[in-house]
Design a protein around this ligand. Structure first.
Ligand code: ATP
Length: 312
């Protein structure tokens, strides 16, 4: 197998670089043949991954060294090529791909498992999410897409100049808490029409809707506790009209999946989903900004090939 690493030097506020520097000697000591690419800007990881997928004909592994944004780029570039398997060395702030696909949680273990699977040629098949929005006509997601309050907070935090500053002190997550509390009193929930496999559902003043391929998002929140990345289904979690104070309770219970018992939370399963908001609301795909407005999502069962998965 050809082995490539896609290193995002901006992930985890640059700590990804030191993580990679710890791993590199292990690779060299074992005489492993590999090629490492360093991204120089957002979007380049997708371009490089696509080029690798197009140019290689043999079984190929592309491992993201970063967080979910880096995995999102690699999967969007090369996730659909049948000869490419996607891996990840967790080196980001949010590592939901690693959680959802049962990869090792520490970088050294992840590398060891990746190399062992490369030697054995062991790759597992999972479902691949696809989506289309106004900003991204042909997108792919590994974890989840969604729209509403959560995407709004992510957008504000990512655009804030304070994120980088706080990240320097390892306090980047505080920016999300800050916007969560501030926007809780400002955000206006929006009416959503949701269609799942031809069935229509309408929500007045919904806070958010998330379409999940596996349980995790937002750095370990179990937004869709019962979905599996190989069950051929998407789970749609809708947070309907709810008092503002209760949203805070929801953000606490979501860490163990308890929110699905709230009467305002609805869960649907299906293969094709359309979300049509009455007013433009932000959309995220794997936590990355994906425009706003209407979004379509569907699943391609077994299409995503992943390497380094814990099987026991
Ligand atoms: N060289 C680069 N410079 C700046 N941004 C980059 C670069 N390469 C990739 N990116 C972008 O960096 C962002 C963050 O990457 P990633 O999610 O992997 O790390 P993270 O530490 O989990 O980040 P965050 O907490 O900001 O989501 C992604 O949007 C990705 O597209």
């Amino acid at each position: 197998m050809n082995l490539y690493f896609m290193i995002n030097p901006a992930a985890k506020n640059g700590r990804s670089v030191s993580i990679w520097k710890q791993l590199q000697p292990l690779l060299d000591r074992e005489g492993i043949a590999y090629q490492a690419y360093w991204t120089s800007r957002k979007g380049e990881g997708k371009e490089i991954a696509r080029r690798i997928g197009e140019e290689s004909v043999e079984p190929t592994v592309i491992a993201a060294v970063g967080g979910d944004g880096t995995v999102h780029e690699v999967v969007n570039g090369a996730g659909s090529f049948p000869h490419v398997a996607i891996g990840c060395i967790p080196a980001g702030t949010g590592n939901d791909f690693v959680r959802g696909f049962r990869l090792a949680r520490t970088s050294k273990q992840a590398l060891q498992r990746l190399l062992s699977d490369v030697r054995l040629g062991r790759v597992l098949s999972f479902d691949l999410g696809r989506f289309a929005s106004s900003a991204v006509p042909d997108g792919v997601f590994a974890n989840s897409i969604g729209c509403g309050f959560d995407a709004h907070i992510a957008r504000m935090a990512n655009r804030s100049k304070w994120k980088g500053r706080l990240n320097r002190f390892g306090l980047g997550s505080f920016i999300y808490v800050f916007y969560l509390v501030r926007e809780l009193f400002r955000y206006q929930p929006v009416d959503l029409d949701i269609c799942v496999d031809g069935q229509n559902y309408s929500f007045l003043k919904a806070w958010l809707a998330t379409v999940s391929n596996h349980p995790y998002y937002g750095g370990g929140m179990r937004i869709a506790p019962s979905v599996r990345a190989d069950d051929g289904l998407l789970h749609v979690t809708v947070v309907g009209p709810m008092p503002r104070w209760k949203i805070l309770a929801l953000f606490l219970t979501v860490f163990w999946g308890g929110h699905v018992r709230m009467k305002e939370v609805c869960v649907f399963t299906g293969r094709n989903v359309r979300i049509r908001p009455a007013a433009p609301v932000p959309i995220h795909a794997d936590g990355e900004d994906a425009g706003e407005g209407e979004v379509f999502a569907w699943i391609e069962p077994g299409r995503l090939r992943v390497i380094g998965v814990k099987t026991r």
